[in-house]
Design a protein. Structure first.
Lengths: 496, 126, 147
């Protein structure tokens, strides 16, 4: 019976876990974190089951599971669609979330004199919203889940430094404007097609793709989703939000929040509208690709200038989401597979890097890069090793997985004859190397004339915190070695 | 001019949207920004409801005098239900926004954007 | 927000009006499937009656009507009613999530089962919305720094 209702079980598990956390939190405050990790873990296993089921279905010939809620058949009712793309994103989101929530157990005493049950219930609702956005097959239902995850993330970000509520307020204003613009776009599409179902709309759009109303709807939806996905000029909320918040929220929201918005872009641009509908009046896919390219360069350059480790990682996120959106906008299977593989890689890499920054913040009380020095090599050997593995993958050196995703993206730009974007990818890899190697140099190499590393002894965080970060960094190595079968599967997910 | 008169509902929606955006971007007080946000969301709700209207249609509540087969007698109920959800989302967003504002007031003792920017600058200086 | 409003006329007016608003809110919830109304609208009216008393008589006195310790569990119970109905329909009835045809109430045709299912979830939504709106006010009042 779980098999038959598989798409609904994701939503069911997260709602029940969040209700359970609130109810148990009245009496047992410490039970919140184990319950949340358990919920995310169960959903990660369910998403693995979903991937296997979808693989079996694809061999049998019908790739997508369509599940109508309330028993109403799809065009009338709201449905959840579980196909290859959704199953992949579900695995990424739930897997990374489970590891991050496991890691947060070691960091709880420092941060949450507030209230663990509230925090973890909000985290479960955030994950509920993300899962719903990935699974849904209905445009308005997507708006509802988008707002669920956004409201939870505004509250999660507001817990942190003294300026955190201000950063969260700015994110609230910009994020709600984005969601509302998306809603107006959905209204225009409903007025033109009479349906809100994605698969239904896919059939109707080729007939009306040149109407001005459809063009306006498309632009509004791109801008609306672009605010949540931090597409180039619309990234303004991201640096402050990821910097001022506490380390558990940043490790949870930064790797997966913008990726699901990129998934929504894929669904709306590539599946609902399609390459022909997208470029019917204006060459919008090229505009998005070039904006994403500008975002890549801008993010990398700004990251070099930062002195705060978390703000550097935030600008690096702006740059990496540019890679993903560029791969989506190039409209060929190679770039698409590169973009999806980069989603997986960047989620794991960013989670690892934010976890490392939380270790440093916990032990050193500051994340200022100017304070990094030689003694870190002795005080935090495991943390710095994890940081090195993740940094090598971010720059894009083989055999780490980051190299292969950038390689596929570069192949995609060659295939689409966009030589400027190829230059952008290569230049930004060099720029990434500048800011990551800067930190590695401070930690591992000693300049001539500097005194010997002070008599520091190992001051590492607990194994409960080191282990998840190390496991994630090692999975990057695994994905690097075994990337060929995965990339082949990802290329087949491109909608023809 | 007659295009404007024929589509007056959409013109008013656009006007209210612009008022909301003006409030959000050009007013310096944070509470006024939240008010601008709620005006912006109200404009979207008006837009959807105006999509649902039909000439000569009545509210979409079943009435025995007008049989269900005569679909021009009832307005389209789908945008009405969508907007119920959107109103709830708007209320929740304003709740979160006001909670954040209470927190900002407790920490900074001001809600004017200029004073807040100065406070942030002073914080980062030391 | 925590102190009561200082005029006896406001207090008298609020005390007179609040029960009728609550009654009207219940009417709107239960008539949701038949005329304009429903869970959210009725819940907002119920919350309005509680908040009227909170504003007029202060937090301490009106917590006799609805105390802080009750509001969060009430909201959770409201969501549980909605969610539980959907789950019951899924597990015991063998149909999809939220398909009220599968509710295990004997002797009703599927048409009336869906009718009843909607009624039950509207009650759940009303409770949850009332709890949420009262909680927003209470948390803001808690954050108030007294002069």
């Amino acid at each position: 019976m779980i098999e038959a209702n598989l798409p609904a079980m994701f939503v069911v598990s997260y709602i029940s876990i969040s209700l359970l956390i609130v109810l148990a939190g009245v009496r047992f405050k410490e039970s919140a974190q184990p319950l949340a990790t358990f919920g995310a873990g169960v959903t990660a296993v369910l998403s693995l089951v979903g991937w296997i089921v979808v693989k079996a279905n694809t061999e049998a010939g019908f790739p997508a599971i369509r599940y109508g809620f309330g028993g109403w058949a799809p065009p009338i009712g709201i449905e959840f669609v579980l196909d290859g793309l959704s199953a992949f994103f579900l695995m990424v989101v739930n897997g990374v979330a489970a590891v991050v929530l496991w890691h947060s157990a070691g960091n709880l005493d420092k941060h949450l004199d507030a209230h663990p049950p509230t925090f973890y219930a909000l985290a479960s609702l955030f994950l509920l919203g993300l899962n719903g956005m990935i699974l849904t097959g209905d445009l308005f239902n997507l708006y509802v889940f988008l707002e669920i995850s956004s409201l939870s993330s505004y509250a999660l970000i507001a817990i942190g430094s003294r300026q955190a509520p201000l950063a969260a307020f700015r994110y609230l204003i910009l994020g709600t404007v984005g969601g509302t613009l998306y809603l107006i776009g959905v209204g225009f599409m409903y007025a033109m097609t009479g349906t809100l179902n994605m698969i239904d709309m896919m059939a109707i759009i080729p007939l009306i793709a040149e109407e001005p109303a459809v063009l306006v709807a498309l632009l509004l939806m791109i801008v609306g989703i672009g605010v949540k996905a931090a597409l180039f000029p619309l990234y303004g909320w991201l640096p402050e939000s990821y910097t001022q918040t506490n380390s558990i929220s940043s490790a949870l929201i930064a790797p997966i929040g913008t990726k699901v918005a990129a998934y929504v872009m894929i669904r709306v641009l590539l599946f609902v509208f399609g390459a022909s509908g997208l470029n019917a009046v204006w060459p919008l896919s090229e505009v998005i690709a070039y904006l994403a390219g500008a975002g890549i360069l801008f993010g990398s350059i700004m990251a070099i200038l930062q002195k705060n480790l978390k703000r550097m990682l935030a600008f690096s996120s702006v740059s990496q989401i540019g890679y993903i959106l560029m791969g989506v906008a190039l409209m060929n299977p190679l770039a698409f597979a590169g973009a999806l593989f980069h989603v997986l890689n960047h989620a794991i890499m960013k989670a690892t890097l934010f976890m490392v920054s939380s270790h440093l913040e916990r032990q050193e009380e500051s994340v200022d890069i100017r304070d990094f020095n030689d003694s870190y090599r002795v005080k935090y050997p495991w943390t710095m090793a994890t940081f090195t593995l993740a940094a090598i993958s971010m720059i894009g050196l083989p055999p780490m997985a980051g190299f292969f995703s950038k390689w596929m993206l570069a192949l995609g730009t060659i295939e689409a004859d966009h030589w400027v974007l190829l230059g952008v990818i290569l230049t930004s890899s060099l720029l990434n190397a500048v800011y990551f190697f800067g930190i590695l140099e401070k930690v591992y190499l000693r300049r001539s004339g500097q005194k010997e590393a002070s008599q520091a002894s190992m001051n590492e965080v607990s194994w409960g915190m080191r282990l998840p970060a190390l496991i994630l960094a090692l999975t990057l190595l695994c994905f690097g070695f075994f990337n060929v079968p995965l990339l082949d599967i990802l290329q087949t997910l491109f909608p023809v | 001019m007659e295009m404007f008169l024929a589509n007056y509902a959409y013109a008013f929606t656009l006007l209210i949207l612009c008022i909301g955006l003006y409030g959000m971007f050009f007013k310096r007080n944070l509470v006024k920004k939240v008010i601008g946000l709620s005006i912006f969301q109200a404009a979207v709700i008006m837009f959807f409801v105006s999509l649902a209207s039909k000439m000569g249609g009545t509210v979409p509540v079943k009435w025995d005098e007008i049989p269900v087969e005569m679909i021009d007698g009832y307005m389209n109920p789908l945008p009405h239900t969508l907007m119920l959800t959107a109103i709830v989302v708007g209320v929740a967003t304003q709740g979160v926004a006001f909670g954040l504002l209470v927190n900002i007031w407790n920490r900074f003792k001001t809600l004017e954007e200029d004073a807040l920017n100065e406070a942030i600058l002073e914080d980062s200086r030391d | 927000m925590k102190r009561s409003f200082e005029s006896p006329i406001t207090l008298l007016g609020a005390r007179a009006l609040a029960p009728f608003i609550m009654m009207f809110g219940l009417y709107v919830i239960f008539h949701g499937h038949y005329s304009p109304g429903g869970g959210f609208q009725g819940g907002a009216l119920l919350a309005a009656s509680v908040l009227l008393m909170r504003v007029a008589s202060g937090s301490k006195t009106s917590s006799l009507i609805l105390s802080n310790a009750v509001t969060t569990p009430m909201g959770v119970v409201g969501v549980l009613i909605y969610f539980g109905t959907g789950l019951l329909a899924m597990f015991l009835g063998g149909s999809n999530f939220l398909d009220y045809e599968g509710l295990p109430i004997p002797g009703m045709s599927p048409y009336y089962l869906r009718y009843t299912g909607i009624l039950i979830i509207e009650v759940g939504v009303g409770l949850a919305v009332m709890a949420a709106l009262v909680l927003i006010y209470d948390k803001m009042a808690d954050g108030e720094v007294s002069q």
